[in-house]
Design a protein around this ligand. Sequence first.
Ligand SMILES: *Cc1c(COP(=O)(O)O)cnc(C)c1O
Length: 468
Amino acid sequence: MSSLELSPAHFRRLADRVSTLAEQWLEGLDTRRIAPDITGAASEAMFSEGLPEQGLGDTALEALTPLMEGTRAGNARFLAYVFGSGEPVGVLGDYVASVVNQNVTAWRSSPTVVSLERSVVRSLANAVGCPGFTGSFTGGGSSANLMGLAMAREALAPANDDGAPSGVMYASAEVHMSIPKAVALLGLGRKNLRLIPTDSQWRMRPDALVKAIEEDKAAGRRPIAVIATAGTVNTGAVDPLREVARIAREHGLWMHVDGAYGALAAMAHPEKFEGLGEADSLSMDAHKWLYQPADCGVLLFRDAKAARRAFSFTGDYARSLTTDAVEGFAFFDESMELSRRARALKVWLSVRFHGLAAFREAIRRDVANARRLDELVRGTPALELLAPATLSAVCFRYRAGLGDAQLDDFNARLLARINRRGRVYISNATLEGRFALRACFVNHRTTPEDVATVVQEVLAAAEELKAL
Ligand SMILES: *Cc1c(COP(=O)(O)O)cnc(C)c1O
């Protein structure tokens, strides 16, 4: 018997211990500091011994407690970056995904889980107003964006066989860093990503997009794709999707929508995302605004043939022996991944448990919480609103008694202080060169009282800072 063998009963005992830890974790979420009180040196020291040569048996699990205590608490007042709140039924779905440990490469490798993923993808596509789209789960929005742009490039400027890709892509100046990264990885060169200026609400300006495309065409360059953002990380701006789609179509360009932050909110607020269904490809992140544990990105596309053109390169060992459309289906023909975990399983279990209506309601509550923070900031003379809540991000700064030259530095130090106090956790954005405090609501736990706490904590931390 392998010394790695573990009896099912022994597994169950260990799992029960982990379940107890999980229960304690959830129970303590609200009262713990969000930012753990730990230094870099201390966290490095916890693991300085590396992996043991001899197994520790059950006592190995004892180290989970200090590990978990040193992590940040994803409670109701964690409002930084764009990161979902880890819905617990989804956590159990992740657990089951590891228990059954399917390799979700192709139907023949994992029949039920492949059908489950195809069904969840279709349901999400319908829910955001993209009926008929198919696609697959990915590690996150970055890989979904990379895959979407690879499809665009292969559709309009094929380079998979001969290499030497060339062409130009367009996105707004508020684009997420994963897009220039993808453009670089695809070999197009970051200087061939045009950053189109935005309007007063941080949305791509269609007139400027047309001008840039025409300039490139006139100079003999090949426009390939326009990337519209449905929810920019800084302010939650949604580019004018219908207008961008029209321009893309008119000029023969691929339209990719980076909806990693915002697109799932189309389930609850379709009116904010008109034109989303006109995209050729769309990335979303269920580990953001569907509250699922990471990693849980999704790429949707209109035409699976374009995905196969970009990704299908089937070695003999992987060639399908059936003509049945379902039984012959392989995710690896439509994705850059081969071995894949059952990411859709957590979404499926979580939504089956709560229902889509509950998710729509939670998203609407996030939007309402953002609007509430917007109003509280407007009503607080010491604070200045820098970007209103259009989706669920709010940018503001402290300004009472400060000269213009002090604002950036003071607010940067203020942010560190707010987070160190441990009650709320927010992040920052740079808007027109100005340092902004930023709260982003993609958190099913947040209540209106928590929103009020954000303002109280900002003011209290500012008083502390001024008293130094
Ligand atoms: C988060 C985000 C991404 C990247 O997604 P990951 O899941 O972090 O890889 C891309 N675009 C936008 C707009 C995002 O908010």
